[in-house]
Design a protein around this ligand. Structure first.
Ligand code: GSH
Length: 191
């Protein structure tokens, strides 16, 4: 979404995680996606760094608004919430552990809920970087048990998530892309 909003033209090579191309691993041996390759030499292989790379060049919607505060919240999501999310997601065979993770998640979710009680998005009345960096994780969290999430105390987060999931921007990038085999099957963002 950050690449799209930046307007930068980027070639998108869809890969299957069970069939990682060697050329991807040569550029980024850690083998995670996404990987951005610039001019066949510079490699950026963390999604947040890719977002910042794009927005620092072109930020038409001012997504970098109040960057320091946004960055702090995003880092908190990454270090505090993400491990709890993983434990909540992957412990579906152990209900006690899963419920313990759910309890632990409340601290970060309450921070979001309190912010969204005062404003439509995390940094104010417009979508900015922190919304886009954080909502995919909340979406994963919500869908572990969507019925529970929808009736939970996190009413504002539900509304916010719904708005983002149903946004034009999200729809515009959430396609099923063909697997990259050769450059004939690659597609472009902002062609
Ligand atoms: N912190 C990294 C996480 C990347 C990551 O773990 N991506 C997953 C897919 S969502 C992956 O590539 N996993 C490797 C695998 O499943 O083989 C980032 O945001 O770029």
């Amino acid at each position: 979404m950050a690449l799209k909003i930046s307007g930068l033209k980027v070639e998108l090579r869809e890969i299957l995680l069970k069939n990682k191309p060697n050329c991807m691993l040569e550029y980024s041996p850690k083998g995670t996606v996404p990987v951005l390759i610039i001019d066949n030499k510079t490699v950026i292989d963390e999604s947040y760094d890719i977002m910042l790379w794009a927005l620092k060049q072109n930020d038409p919607n001012n997504w970098l608004f109040e960057f320091d505060a946004a960055n702090q919240l995003i880092k908190q999501c990454d270090t505090q919430f993400k491990p709890i999310l993983d434990s909540y997601k992957y412990n579906d065979q152990n209900k006690d552990l899963q419920l313990k993770s759910r309890d632990e998640s409340f601290e970060f979710l309450t921070i979001l809920e309190n912010k969204l009680n005062l404003q439509t998005y995390l940094q104010g009345e417009k979508i900015t970087l922190s919304d886009i960096a954080i909502f995919p994780f909340i979406r994963q969290y919500a869908y572990v048990d969507i019925k529970w999430f929808q009736q939970s105390e996190f009413k504002q987060i539900n509304k916010w998530l719904d708005q983002l999931i149903h946004s034009e921007l999200f729809a515009s990038i959430m396609h099923k892309y063909p697997e990259y085999i050769t450059s004939k099957t690659s597609v472009f963002i902002n062609d």
